[in-house]
Design a protein around this ligand. Sequence first.
Ligand SMILES: [Zn+2]
Length: 82
Amino acid sequence: MSILKQVRKLSPNEEVFERVTSELIERAIALMESCDSSGLCIRCMEEVEGVEPDACGYHCEECDTWTVYGAEEVLLSVAPLA
Ligand SMILES: [Zn+2]
């Protein structure tokens, strides 16, 4: 499933969806700038270390779901929308 579809599913309404997507973009940009390989959980927004920029659907220890994506991957799927 695409990142956006998952975010859509996790967001009860348009307002939440917009807030979550803009936070994801901000966090992903910050991660890309910091240059360490970390990814983001699109469910709980937890930063996960040791994730390649193009990682897809890795496991999140925090919320125990497979919703961790590399920063670049998040930006590519979410940013065109903003
Ligand atoms: Zn999580």
